[in-house]
Design a protein around this ligand. Sequence first.
Ligand code: NAD
Ligand code: TDX
Length: 368
Amino acid sequence: MSKILVTGGAGFIGANFVHYWRREYPADTLVVLDALTYAGNPANLEAVKDYRNFHFVHGNILDQALTEGLLREHEIDTIVHFAAESHVDRSIHGPDAFIETNIVGTHSMLKAAREVWLTGSGRDHRFHHVSTDEVYGSLEPDDPPFAETTAYAPNSPYSASKAASDHLVRSYHHTYGLQVTISNCSNNYGPYQFPEKLIPLVVVNILTNRPLPIYGDGQNIRDWLYVDDHCRGIDLVLKKGVVGGVYNVGGNNEWTNIEIVRLICGLMDEQFAVDEGLKARFPDAPQVRGLKAASLITHVKDRLGHDRRYAIDAAKCRAELGYVPQESFATGIRRTIAWMLDNEPWWRAVMDGSYRDWLDRHYGKMRA
Ligand code: NAD
Ligand code: TDX
C-alpha cells in the first residue's frame, strides 16, 4: 500500500488524479497539499473529502518545513508533484508567481524529499514531477513530434519555469540519488478544468453568450489528451518507469484551435437541438435566438510569443510502459461537454467567485 503526497491536488489534473487513484487503489493513503490559489477549488475534492485515508492540507509548497512534517507524519513514500502556476497567458502578464512556485517551490519540495528520504536510514521512495510538452518549444508543420531526446527550447515564462523545474528534479537524481521520474504531457482537457483554458472557456462562453476569442489566425496546433489518460500515464510511470527516466505522454491527437472551437460549437448546437430543456436553462445562449454557436467566434490579437505547434511522440511510453490512451477525442470532448452541462453550479461558482468562500469560511477575510 502506498502513501502518496499529491501537490496541487485541488487543481484540474491533480483533482482528477486523486479521483483516479481512489478508484484504482482505494486502500492507498492520499494527502493533498494545496495553497488554494485562484486555480485551486475545494469543490474539486468534494467527493473524496470524507474518506478515512484522504487528507487535505491547505499550505504552500514553498514551506519546506511543512512538507517535511507531512512526509514524516504520514510516512509518505511517493510524491506526485502537480502544484504549479499553469496558465501561459498569466505568465506573460505576471511571470513572478511562476518563478516563485514552479522553480523555487519545486526546489523546496526536492529539498524536503532529500532531507526526509535520503538522510538517516532512508526509505524506498519516488518523487514524480508532472511537467509539460511546452518545455520543448514550438514545432514547424512538418517537424517530427517531441521525443524525450528533443532539446529544451521553452518560449514563455511558464514553459521556461517548468523547464527549470525539470532540470532541478533531474539534478537531484544525478547529484543526490533522489529516486525521481518526470513526465512531459500535452494539452489536457476534461472535468474540473478552470474556464480560463480554451475548451472549458468556449463551452461556458457559448452558454452565457460571450465571444469565443481566437488568438491570431487560429491555426496554432495542440495535441489534446483526456485528463484520465494523463493520470493513467502517471500511474504507469510510477509502477513501471525507470528511476531517473523521462516519459512523454500525449494523445496523438493534433487539432488547430479553430477546428476545436468549431467542433465544440457544432456539438453544442446538436445538444440544444436534442434537449429542449437547455433553452430554458441557458436563455442567453445563441441557440435560443435561432443562431449558431459559431456566430460568437471572434478573432482577437495573438498571444505574445504564441507557440505554433505542439505534438508528442509517445513511442517510449508505449514500448516501455504499454501506455495507450483509452479515450478517443470524439468521446472525450462529448463527455467533457456533458460534464459541464451536468455541473453548472461548479462553473457558475467559479465565474462569480463564490468558489473562494471556502477560504473565507476557514480563514476569514484576513487571508492574503
Ligand atoms: P491548475 O492551475 O488547474 O492547478 C494548479 C494547482 O496547484 C491549484 O490547485 C493551485 O491551488 C495549486 N498551487 C499553485 N501554486 C501552489 C503553491 N505555491 N503551493 C501549493 N499549491 C499550489 O493546473 P493543472 O492544469 O491541473 O496542471 C497541473 C500540473 O500539470 C502543472 O504542473 C502543469 O504544469 C502540468 N501540466 C498541465 C497540462 C494542462 O494541459 N493543463 C499539460 C501538461 C502538464
Ligand atoms: O481564449 C483563448 N483563445 C485561444 O485562441 C485561449 C484561452 C486560448 N487560445 C489558444 C492558445 C493556445 O494555442 O488555444 C490554445 C490552447 O490554449 P490554453 O488552453 O491556454 O493552453 P496552452 O497555452 O496550450 O497550455 C496548456 O497546455 C500545456 C496548459 O495551460 C499548460 O498548463 C500545459 O502545460
